[in-house]
Design a protein around this ligand. Structure first.
Ligand SMILES: Nc1ncnc2c1ncn2[C@@H]1O[C@H](COP(=O)(O)OP(=O)(O)OP(=O)(O)O)[C@@H](O)[C@H]1O
Ligand SMILES: [Mg+2]
Length: 287
């Protein structure tokens, strides 16, 4: 079992922006979802874990080793798929993986070749191995990114918004791939798609404005809302009135009619009960 322990982590960028505020988390094998809107601090947290930037204060331990002061300890055991990969060099997918495999310390040539072939097949890119990565489509680049992250059989895999830009079929394939490996390693997945977390993650945290707002198992967080979520179609010019009276957690147009969903411990008059979903947990937490 691998354990990643984050304690009282703070990160302030040079311009004074505090992107991570006192975050503590304990993450074990399995898929961990980091859910939050744009600017929540997901990428900042991930880049800090992988050692691309130093925290202002706080600690990060992987299997009881302090990886802030000893980043070498985790680097070869880690796979990272950043949100922006930057510019790809003009070499084929195969050659680039070969190069990365060497950097990751896979010294045996046969072993390198075996791993690269297996991964390229897994991400459905074997037929494109001789093409240069910069000519790939967005989805193909993303799949290439996963292949490079999985090279060297990492113990911790960190993927930053990996499903952004994938079509539904690729997204499914991608999610299954991650789910497959996550029984033996830690996989941290950031996303703003509640759907991905619902389908994949055994543990999750909702963050916003640099802070962790809620952590738990998706199912348990949903259970907390049982019999407390209600919905009603309203006239749009009545919205203000409802917002001042109830804790409105979301608004949705359904066939041009405005539905509001509210959180209420007691039954509000005129509302229909709603079976809680992870979406409700997310909106309630952010509201
Ligand atoms: N290098 C930087 N210098 C200063 N501020 C930064 C820097 N990088 C990020 N920020 C700020 O820190 C906050 C968190 O950014 P971050 O990229 O971590 O969010 P995110 O949750 O990954 O968002 P998204 O879903 O859009 O990727 C934002 O307000 C952002 O503007
Ligand atoms: Mg990000």
């Amino acid at each position: 079992m691998n354990t990643l322990k984050i304690n009282n982590l703070e990160l302030t960028y040079k311009n004074g922006h505090q992107a991570i505020q006192n975050i503590s988390l304990e993450i074990k094998n399995g898929m961990f979802g980091l859910l939050g809107p744009n600017g929540a601090g997901k990428s900042s947290l991930m880049k800090t874990i992988v050692g691309l930037q130093k925290p202002t204060s706080g600690s990060i331990d992987f299997n009881d080793v302090d990886i802030v002061s000893k980043p070498d300890y985790i680097q070869k055991k880690l796979g990272f798929l950043p949100q922006d990969f930057g510019v790809y060099p003009k070499v084929s997918a195969y050659d680039l993986l070969h190069h990365i495999a060497i950097l990751k310390g896979i010294e045996n040539k046969d072993e390198r070749e075996a791993q690269i072939r297996l991964l390229l097949e897994k991400v459905n890119l074997w037929d494109f191995r001789n093409k240069e990565v910069h000519t790939f489509s967005g989805g193909m680049k993303q799949r290439f990114g996963v292949a490079q992250a999985l090279l060297g059989k990492p113990k911790i895999v960190i993927v930053d918004e990996p499903t952004a830009g994938l079509d539904p079929e690729e997204r499914n394939r991608f999610n299954m791939l991650l789910s497959d490996i996550s029984s033996e390693v830690i996989v941290i997945l950031s996303t703003h798609l509640v759907e991905d977390v619902k389908n994949l993650c055994s543990e999750m945290t909702i963050m916003n404005k640099g802070q962790v707002l809620k952590t738990g198992k998706p199912k348990e967080l949903i259970d907390e809302l049982r019999n407390k979520i209600w919905s009603k179609p309203i006239k749009s010019d009545h919205l203000d009135k409802y917002q001042s009276k109830y804790q409105v957690i979301s608004k949705q147009l359904i066939e041009r009619e405005l539905y509001i969903t509210i959180f209420s411990e007691t039954e509000p008059t005129g509302f229909e009960p709603v079976t809680p979903l992870l979406e409700h947990v997310y909106f309630k937490t952010l509201a």
